[in-house]
Design a protein around this ligand. Sequence first.
Ligand code: 5CU
Length: 384
Amino acid sequence: MSASYPVVDIHTHMYPPSYIKLLSSRTTVPYIYQPTEADNSPDSDPRLIILASDDDPSRPKASRGRPVDSTYSSFDQKRSFMKRHGISCSVISLANPWLDFLDPESALETAQGINDDLETACAKNNQSSDHGSLKLYAFGCLPLSAPAKDIVSEIKRLKTLKHVKGVIMGTTGLGKGLDDPDLDEVYSALASTSTLVFLHPHYGLPDSAFGGPEVVARSGHVLPLALGFPLETTIAVARMYLSGVFDRHPKLQFLLAHSGGTIPFLAGRIESCVAHEREFVANGGHRQGPQRSIWDVLHTNIYLDAVIYGQPGLRAALEAAGSVDRIIFGTDHPFFPPLGNEHESRWLSVESNKGAIDGTFPHDEEAKKQILGGNAVRVLGLDI
Ligand code: 5CU
């Protein structure tokens, strides 16, 4: 990828060293397992065991989950990945499962530490002449297991960090999902500070939805990542919409991972089911249904990343978003690395996302320019 305009990656994760230390200190999901000689494993990389289905007791720990090498925590490796793929700016976010598992007492301090580390790393990168024109920014993380007042205080503090351009968040909210009325205080703080929320899945669907753990295990991460992740996002956003979150907080701004899961494809069906639902006041029932149309929400409250690996998905995202201006390029680095030793070559995962954009806009350089960088610069206010 060699473009004559800035290419910005807004879906690019890291586990900063402090977070690697935190996961390595744990022995239950989420955790990092360091193989020992006793494991007799051909691969000595630590294992990232973060999904419930990763911790399969029928497998030795040294082969559970995924290998986690230094690409997950090294800023140098992030920069060499960016150079290899012609990316001029990355907006880094902590990878799943963020701080969801922390006890309420340690959550705020841990979030502050990680957010400060990200701010410092981005500032150092952007001030240094060693990295040419490569720029780094970050999405902060929130202490969602802490009391709401601590979450709100961190949202406000993040606005004072020059390189933090929004927050990343999973779908569980305070533990009961994103339609929990107790989140209203948090949504008000996000809206009043104009903080963009990058919504990302982690929990997927229960194994039973796929036929049980044995069925899931037969294809490793395929079912949880290809289907579980996008459906988790779909359900979370549908629940927010149905519970009136976007009616009560019309200024909220969300960026949905993986092109919104299946929301773009299913939005018409959601709209139709709402229009036919007798429970809702508008149709003679007793419950307040959503007051705004889902299309209005998609066109004013939601941005979609372009991490969908194929033209049909990207086209659905574009149709649902209503405009090229609401679709933003990402890579998902360091997930989906090449499986062999060709780490130094271009990554299939990145090339297929880029190929979907090229294939959708073979003759529209302006659209590509917006999706690959212009939209991120405008929406996040990046100085690059
Ligand atoms: O597809 C993805 O975004 C990911 C991710 O972020 N984290 C993960 O564990 N697997 C895939």
